[in-house]
Write a protein that binds this ligand. Structure first.
Ligand SMILES: [Fe+2]
Length: 308
């Protein structure tokens, strides 16, 4: 299986899946690429709400990700080395549901809103195998985040076979939720829960000073690469398989390269006060909304240039 730079299933897969499942998937053209989008059933979903009787979570109080929750995004914080917070291995029943094989048309779901401010979490039943994990995530989020109701939540899923030498997503060293010049007034920093059954994401808990860069012009990802690859002492951190982790938009990371063939299921739930309106994001028909969608690569860098 091929994966492109943005993490979508390869072009030939998009077309063949859409041909096989014409009612459940569609292909949209974007800058010469075919993007596969799932089409969920508007009448077949369920609503999740936080279980207020869930056991209280115990967390270390010196984690930067927790300190900065609900604070406005600030580029200066990239200078502080940080790693995600480990929330523990999920229970066996959560694991067993999580690894169930999905229909081919919904093995890749990108940034689909599952919660709007003030609503419950609405999940299409085609994704029912993720409900136990999602319930645990929103139980934790409701305890951690006093502004829980004000947030959107976006669900991403990817389930694929990965061959030796491949990454699940061919992407660079990056962060999720960078607020570039499109956002002159900074929103609360993105925080995201990650869960994977294999090949955990690699994090780089080191300082990434960016103050000297022009966020509208310079290639931030190239700067991450320069600092990481130019410094062999850069530490790495990986969660264990099935360890639920919480990262924020300052945690630089990259998908790992498989050394043996592996089938991987990966989930991310991003909490944001912004709308995610990029072309290729999955639509959730359990909500009524109609955002104008924008091209995928206009949000962080207007005209990336190599960093001098
Ligand atoms: Fe990422």
């Amino acid at each position: 299986m091929q994966h492109d730079y943005k993490g979508f299933p390869g072009q030939h897969i998009a077309r063949s899946v859409a041909r096989e499942y014409p009612r459940q998937a569609e292909v949209i053209a974007h800058r010469g690429q075919d993007l596969l989008l799932p089409r969920f059933d508007a009448t077949d979903g369920r609503v999740l709400t936080p279980n207020r009787a869930a056991p209280a979570i115990r967390l270390p109080n010196d984690e930067l990700v927790l300190r900065d929750l609900n604070t406005p995004w600030d580029v200066a914080k990239h200078a502080e080395a940080r790693r995600p917070v480990s929330l523990g291995i999920v229970a066996t029943d959560v694991q067993e549901a999580f690894v169930r094989e999905l229909p081919p048309w919904c093995r890749h779901v990108l940034d689909m809103p599952i919660k709007f401010p003030g609503t419950g979490v609405r999940v299409p039943n085609a994704l029912a195998s993720f409900v136990p994990a999602l319930q645990q995530i929103l139980d934790i989020e409701a305890q951690l985040n006093p502004a829980y109701d004000a947030y959107y939540a976006y669900l991403s899923i990817h389930q694929a076979r990965i061959e030796p030498g491949e990454r699940m997503r061919e992407n660079p060293y990056h962060v999720d939720g960078f607020q570039g010049p499109r956002w002159p007034h900074k929103h609360p920093v993105n925080h995201s829960y990650l869960l994977a059954d294999a090949l955990p994401t690699v994090f780089y808990p080191r300082s990434f000073p960016l103050d000297h860069l022009d966020l509208g012009l310079d290639d931030i990802y190239a700067e991450f690469a320069r600092l990481i690859e130019g410094n062999p002492q850069t530490p790495t951190w990986r969660a264990a398989d099935f360890d639920l982790v919480l990262m924020d938009a300052y945690c630089v990371h990259r998908g790992d390269v498989a050394t043996v063939p592996v089938t991987r299921t990966w989930l991310r739930v991003s909490w944001e006060t912004r709308i995610f309106d990029r072309l290729g994001n999955a639509h959730n028909p359990l909500f009524r909304y109609d955002w104008p969608m924008v091209a995928r690569d206009t949000d962080t860098r207007i005209r990336p240039r190599p960093v001098a």
